[in-house]
Design a protein around this ligand. Structure first.
Ligand code: TYD
Ligand code: MG
Length: 465
């Protein structure tokens, strides 16, 4: 064993450095903000190692590095590794980029270990070497999961290890194409004193894994736990360090899962992939609209409306359910699942003022089916229609789709890419689309009537007269 590397304590609030740990930062006075981290090397690094570490040379002590013009930089866009799990590749922007680092977050039990083991298995089946490092589960537990998965899961090499130095040494020797680290919160370096999972450890381990990825060309995929608030546990900087952040979401009780990119240096964000959790692991769903509308026709009641949302580049039909019921004493409740509570309050006020629908004595519950979050204003019209349908207790036409933003005057505004949404609705067998007047396409689609509506009053007269 060599001498312990030198460490310092840094305040996460003000960045002040101190050589000893203390409960309170001397510089800014905040409590419990000092975390241990590796001291920056004092001696001037050589030009080569500085270049490797991505540090530009300036001031004294650095040797001069070349700085070619961009046109002289050689190399082609790196070839991506496709996993064959179509939805996973899609969310990444077309496959895994060699030498990149991807963070996969999500609640416990959502399927992070499952999907990464499936990815490793698929890559093995395509002749790539993989290494699955598990600090969360025993090798036997991982084996039991591999037994349930189809494909080449049993070919994946497993390393049950949590010490970063051993993980990196093993990875350097085996030179896998892709390494999975499950999870970043269980890994620790012997150079820092803190326990695995503490902020300093997580940050240092992530930074070194990132360096390994860049230097070796191995793609590193790490699992990160999420906190109650939904962020990835550990320092916020973790999300800044990595190239790509994926979140895995879903409702525990339902069997489908949504994978979403929230940061992607090699592709666009907001793309989603949909999977179903089955006995044999996660199966990509290539027609999410059908999945989300699946249960609908069987029990069609008042308060249900369908909208066509655009998640990333892909249109998708979703059902919104509203229930307005007589409130007990006190302030009526407003509960929204999968929809912004303030946006709901705004729509209720508009419905009251512009369409004469009062919710003052009604509890209001709003739910986006399937555990998906509707974040687009384009969903306003479906929410308003669902609310009105519940108040009148009259079902909406079962094959109608509602697309439009509702303004404060009750007017229905145009939304982006209306034609693609309408096309998706037509594909899914809808026969009428209610949209803002300016969203009516010039060329009418074949199997679907597009009804341009000016405002909520006009829409409700047509629907409920
Ligand atoms: P897991 O990948 O262990 O979740 P995470 O790593 O995010 O904590 O998946 C956990 C759940 O998935 C568990 O409840 C069992 C279920 N599961 C299946 O339904 N089918 C399968 O083939 C597998 C492997 C797991
Ligand atoms: Mg797991």
């Amino acid at each position: 064993m060599g001498a312990r590397a030198k460490t310092v304590y840094r305040c996460t609030e003000c960045g002040a450095e101190s050589s000893k740990w203390a409960g309170r930062c001397d510089a800014c006075g905040e409590w419990n903000t000092l975390i241990e981290e590796m001291a920056a090397p004092r001696a001037a690094a050589t030009g080569a190692s500085r270049r490797k570490a991505g540090i530009s040379s300036f001031g004294s002590g650095g040797s001069v590095a070349d700085s070619p013009q961009l046109r002289d930089v050689v190399g082609a866009e790196t070839h991506r590794l496709t996993t064959g799990l179509a939805e996973f590749d899609f969310v990444l922007g077309g496959g895994i980029v060699p030498g990149s680092m991807v963070l996969v977050g999500g609640e416990p039990g959502i399927g992070k270990s499952t999907i990464l083991l499936q990815v490793a298995a698929q890559l093995e089946a395509r002749g790539h070497r993989t290494l699955y490092v598990s600090g969360e589960e025993s090798p036997l537990q991982v084996k039991l999961r591999a037994d349930r998965l189809k494909g080449a899961a049993l070919e994946v090499s497993l390393l049950g290890e949590t010490l970063l130095e051993t993980i990196l040494a093993t990875a350097a020797e085996r030179a896998p194409t892709v390494m999975v680290v499950d999870s970043i919160q269980t890994v620790f370096t012997g150079d820092l004193e803190g326990a695995p999972g503490n902020v300093g450890q997580v940050r240092e381990c992530a930074a070194r894994l990132m360096r390994f990825a860049k230097e070796s060309g191995t793609a590193v995929m790490v699992v990160g736990h999420v906190t109650k608030g939904g962020g990835i546990a550990g320092p916020k900087t973790l999300e800044h360090i990595v190239d790509t952040v994926l979140y895995f979401e879903g409702e525990g009780s339902l069997d489908h899962r949504v994978l979403r990119a929230t940061k992607n240096r090699f592709g666009s964000v907001d793309e989603i992939g949909v999977f179903r959790m089955t006995e044999q692991g996660l199966i990509p769903v290539d027609n999410p609209s059908a999945l989300f509308l699946g249960d609908r026709e069987k029990h069609h009641a008042s308060g249900s409306a369908v909208t066509a949302t655009l998640e990333g580049s892909r249109p998708m039909l979703l059902e919104v359910q509203a229930l307005a019921a007589k409130a007990g004493f006190g302030t009526p409740q407003r509960v929204a699942t999968g929809f912004d509570g303030r946006r709901l309050a705004l729509l209720l006020a508009v419905l009251d003022k512009r369409a004469g629908l009062s919710f003052a004595t009604l509890d209001v519950f709003l739910n986006v089916v399937g555990g998906v979050r509707l974040q687009e204003p384009a969903a306003d019209l479906a929410v308003a229609a669902a609310l009105a349908s519940s108040v009148y207790d009259k079902p909406l036409p079962p094959d109608a789709v509602f697309i439009g933003e509702v303004g404060l005057g009750g007017e229905i505004r145009a939304v982006g890419q209306a034609e693609r949404r309408i096309a998706e609705a037509e594909k899914m067998g809808m026969t009428v689309a209610y949209v803002g007047e300016r969203s009516v396409p010039r060329r009418a689609p074949k199997g679907l009537r597009v009804a341009g509506v000016r405002d909520l009053g006009a829409l409700f007269r047509e629907l409920f007269r």
